[in-house]
Write a protein that binds this ligand. Structure first.
Ligand code: C2E
Ligand code: MG
Ligand code: MG
Ligand code: MG
Length: 289
């Protein structure tokens, strides 16, 4: 009997697995048409200078509105896109859309605004081909390299270091800054910070979340900020949701912040309005720590 039930369990498990594989295949084949069919678009989340309380950058975040399944989060489809090679097309879409929007905003509202763009290691694989095309697109829009930031992950530095380091040098020549995203969640970050000449680190939102309750997490964030400054890196805190978190980070000397406390990621029109009107915080008694 035991043997039988074991077999039945296996059977159920393999059915589930099969359904999962099928689901992934469906999503993958739908993803091939998503851009031509206009199902993908960008949202923009403001990044603020914490002291001036001003918007200085936006991070471009991709969205996919699937015709029958509704919104599929990037944490689900970006890994699939990376496995399948579709990330090239998607990454190009994100790049052209976001710099076009940036060019508009810099012309009309905010001449020094910067766009922070998430990139995936696979976009750096084809020995600089992508970079040439992207640089050309920047030139066509009259955008200097320092108008954009490429966000990369520690993972990327670890597994693709030989490919990536040449290309990071090319980015640097063009004036493009590099930010290490989700800082603190990967491996041996410290060695890489020096080796790859990173400009910004983005403290992962899990650390900011834990600050709310723990003195330990607060000390950790304070230490990350001062270490980063010693290494001449700028710091962005991700996932700020409360005034308390913001005030602590200001006290630690953290330069920049983003999170729901300031604004959710917004569609282009709403982001334009926010740029025009500025951020209006519910309560801005930053002097009380
Ligand atoms: P990420 O680059 O670390 O982006 C930050 C994520 O945190 C975003 O989720 C954002 O909506 C969310 N977030 C912002 N503020 C808060 C907050 O206060 N609280 C909480 N709980 N969350 C906050 P999203 O848009 O779902 O993106 C998830 C991840 O997908 C991104 O993490 C990034 O790794 C990836 N991704 C998004 N867009 C792109 C893209 O265009 N290209 C690539 N390669 N990856 C992307
Ligand atoms: Mg990011
Ligand atoms: Mg992040
Ligand atoms: Mg540097």
């Amino acid at each position: 009997a035991a043997k039988n039930s074991g077999r039945r369990q296996y059977h159920i498990f393999s059915q589930e697995l099969h359904a999962m594989v099928l689901e992934r295949q469906h999503i993958l084949s739908d993803m091939r048409h998503a851009i031509p069919r206009g199902e993908m678009y960008l949202k923009y989340q403001p990044i603020l200078d914490l002291n001036a309380q001003e918007i200085v950058k936006f991070e471009a975040l991709i969205r996919w509105n699937h015709p029958t399944k509704g919104a599929i989060p990037p944490s689900m489809f970006i890994p699939l896109a990376e496995e399948s090679g579709l990330i090239g097309v998607i990454g190009d879409f994100v790049f052209s859309e976001s710099i076009l929007q940036l060019a508009k905003w810099r012309k009309t509202l905010s001449p020094n605004l910067v766009m922070s763009i998430n990139t995936s290691p696979f976009q750096y694989m084809e020995s600089g081909k992508n970079l040439e095309r992207w640089f050309h697109q920047l030139d066509q829009l009259d955008l200097p390299g320092d108008a954009i930031i490429f966000e990369i992950t520690e993972n990327m530095l670890m597994h693709h270091s030989s490919n990536v380091s040449d290309q990071l040098l090319a980015l640097r020549d063009k004036g493009i800054n590099v930010a290490l995203d989700d800082f603190g969640t990967g491996y041996s970050s410290l060695a890489y910070l020096n080796r790859f000449d990173i400009d910004f680190i983005k403290i992962d939102q899990s650390f900011i979340r834990d600050m709310e309750s723990g003195a330990m997490a607060q000390d950790l964030c304070e230490a990350i900020v001062s270490m980063a400054h010693k290494l001449n890196l700028h710091v962005v805190a991700e996932g700020i949701e409360t005034e308390h978190q913001m005030n602590l980070l200001i006290k630690y000397g953290c330069d920049l912040g983003q999170g729901y406390y300031f604004s959710y990621p917004l569609e282009a029109d709403a982001a334009t309005t926010l740029l025009e009107e500025g951020i209006n915080l519910p309560n801005t008694e930053n002097t009380v720590f």
